[in-house]
Design a protein around this ligand. Structure first.
Ligand code: ADP
Ligand code: MG
Length: 616
């Protein structure tokens, strides 16, 4: 049994360290607290410096109202705040802070310096607190405003340091925190310097759209629609992305309630519902949405980091958000990009909702006519400049014919409409049908599916899904080789700030893929070597989409790229094109599913066909 110890009140430094666990989780939380304090102080310019992922140093300088010398020590004392005095204030608090615990918490786990000069003072004052111990105070030559510097974060709590991620990741989190505050306060000027390099300079009094354009790539900004609607006293405003620019990750969904950044399930669900029918289940829209409502309708005091909120009337909030976004999408020109630009009789005979979602993407208008975009069979074999399809390995082709590699569709019920199409005369020519990898190619139906037979079995291959699989396979193979082809003339790629940030994150992956890059200036990328399988135009396109994709790593990048570059559904294929595709697809691993996990191929045995025709 452990020895009984007397109960004691904890020494203040330890108390602060424990409390710091709640408020100060990582460098980004420090940045958030300091910048919020500057905003609460009425600053119109906030300059932020981050070094070493924020662990080495975070400094925030503002031109706000400052703190008088006699109160500066209080500012770093627990539960000392200028923002609320009585409990009643708590309900209608408009400032970001009000708990009075951020500064003492931060100061307890770092080397903390704060200097401030209040508006009406002719002298500034400073305090130094090391790991929670006040160690210096005195006059400071600072101009009006406040400067806080936090060095060596968590140097006295090594356990917490272990939870931190790499420097680029912590940097990104800091920048994300700043992004959210900068978008909520477009009236304030923000500058950010990371490791001595200025990465953000947002002027005063920008529009939300202009400010967001510093973070989101033009491809997304071009399609955003404005939201502004009020219902049941709840105003919802901001910008939402076009369904066609939806992405595989939800990191461009930014929500605020009464100007505070939140992550709230209710709001997210309402947003998604507004997009329903316009997105695939795995896609996320972009949104920067502000919900304004009277203070008594929301409790922002639920979570210490204040990311969660509680609404008194959830259903009103839900319907306000949903309807505001819905009407923006309907009105905002987003539907000017309809699911299908032109009605196509072949597709109208296929009301299957699964195929409908595939046609939802706006068709590349000239793709059908411009054959050059889809390489001919001969180009396939040669290995064209695009991500080339390699000639099939003969060994695996013969293996293919020995074994039944294509699995049945697990007794899934089939839509009734495609079945009669099989009887169309153009595909009933088995004797002349060309062979590929032991299969007979019978033709294309609906400009989307390739019809095959082997023995007595019938197969339908989705051309888009199959091509995605082929492209992904090729990209993976190239990656493992990691070769690079030097360019005689290096390419120059101007970088948007959001792309520069992505570049830092994806740098190693891009190298592994064969890119040799140098980041000469923050806004310019030099490409000195590219994977040998790309030409320079494709390499440029590739890099651009890689940096705009928000991908978590190269594997995800490949998947998205394979989808983007793959031939679309609804594209007529000449026989040699179809054969080339099938030939490459048949040697791919995991060929039965596309990279997103949808089936590439369906198969029916004679028994299954008999059942479908109710012969049995
Ligand atoms: P809170 O923000 O919850 O009040 P903090 O610990 O963050 O608690 O700050 C304590 C107090 O210090 C604030 O209430 C405010 O009066 C003062 N303060 C902090 N940062 C600044 C700043 N940048 N400018 C002016 N006053 C500040
Ligand atoms: Mg605060």
């Amino acid at each position: 049994m452990p020895e009984r110890r007397p109960i004691r009140v904890l020494p203040p430094a330890l108390m602060h360290q424990i409390a710091a666990g709640e408020v100060v989780e990582r460098p980004a939380s420090v940045v958030k607290e300091l910048v919020e304090n500057s905003l609460d102080a009425g600053a119109t310019h906030i300059a932020i410096h981050i070094d070493g992922g924020g662990v080495r140093r975070i400094a925030v300088r503002d031109n706000g109202h400052g703190i008088v010398p006699e109160e500066l020590e209080l500012a770093v004392t627990r539960h000392a705040t200028s923002k609320i005095a009585v409990l009643n204030d708590l309900e209608k608090v408009n400032s970001f802070g009000f708990r009075g615990e951020a500064l003492p918490s931060i100061a307890s786990v770092s080397l903390f310096r704060m200097a401030s000069r209040a508006q009406d003072q002719d002298m500034g004052w400073k305090v130094h607190v090391d790991h929670g111990e006040m160690c210096e105070s005195g006059p400071d030559p600072l101009d009006r405003g406040t400067m806080v510097e936090v060095r060596d974060l968590f140097s006295n709590v090594p356990a917490r340091r272990k939870f931190l991620k790499t420097e680029p990741t912590e940097n990104k989190r800091c920048q994300d925190a700043i992004l959210r505050m900068a978008l909520a306060r477009t009236d304030v000027r923000f500058t950010l310097t990371v490791n001595g390099r200025e990465t953000m300079n947002l002027p005063e009094n920008q529009s939300l759209r202009d400010r967001l354009a510093a973070f989101w790539p033009p491809a997304i900004m071009d399609g955003v629609a404005e939201v502004d609607a009020e219902r049941h006293g709840i105003r919802v405003h901001g910008l939402v992305g076009a369904p066609r620019t939806a992405q595989g990750r939800g990191d461009r969904i930014l929500l605020w309630v009464r100007n505070r950044p939140v992550q709230d399930k209710l709001l997210l669900t309402a947003l998604r519902q507004a997009y329903s029918g316009r997105l695939l289940s795995k896609e996320y829209p972009q949104a920067a949405l502000f919900v304004e409502l009277p203070p008594e309708m929301v409790d922002v005091n639920v979570h210490p980091a204040k990311l969660e909120v509680r609404f008194s009337d959830e259903s009103s909030v839900f319907s306000a958000v949903r309807s505001a976004v819905l009407s923006a999408l309907d009105r905002g020109g987003v539907l000017a990009h309809p699911r299908r630009a032109t009605p196509d009789p072949a597709h109208q005979t296929m009301p299957d909702p699964a195929s409908e979602t595939r046609f939802r993407e706006p068709p590349a208008p000239s793709f059908g006519r411009d054959r050059s975009k889809f390489p001919s069979y001969a180009e396939y074999r040669r290995g064209p400049g695009e991500l080339p399809l390699t000639p099939p390995d003969p060994a695996s082709l013969s293996r293919q014919s020995e074994h039944d590699r294509v699995s049945p569709p697990d007794g899934e019920p089939l839509p009734a409409s495609p079945v009669p199409a099989f009887a169309s005369p153009e595909i009933q020519q088995p004797r002349q049908a060309p062979e590929v990898g032991g299969y007979r190619y019978l033709g294309q139906v609906s400009d989307t599916y390739l019809v095959l037979s082997r023995g007595a079995d019938l197969f339908l291959v989705d051309q888009h899904a199959a091509h995605e699989r082929v492209l992904l396979h090729n990209m993976r193979r190239q990656r493992t080789r990691g070769d690079s082809q030097p360019l005689a003339l290096p390419l120059e790629l101007p970088l948007h700030p959001s792309e520069a940030q992505e570049l830092d994150r994806l740098w190693n992956d891009l190298r592994a893929a064969g890119f040799r890059l140098s980041h000469a200036r923050p806004d310019l990328l030099h490409v000195e070597g590219i994977p040998p399988t790309l030409d320079s135009a494709k390499a440029k396109e590739y890099l651009r989409s890689a940096l705009d994709s928000g991908a978590s790593g190269l594997e995800e990048l490949w998947t998205m790229l394979s989808c983007k570059s793959a031939i679309k559904a609804g594209q007529p294929l000449a026989t040699d094109e179809a054969l080339a595709l099938l030939e490459s697809w048949l040697v791919c691993p995991e060929r039965e599913y596309c990279p997103h996990g949808r089936p590439t191929v369906l198969r029916w045995t004679p028994q299954e066909l008999e059942k479908l025709f109710k012969r049995k």
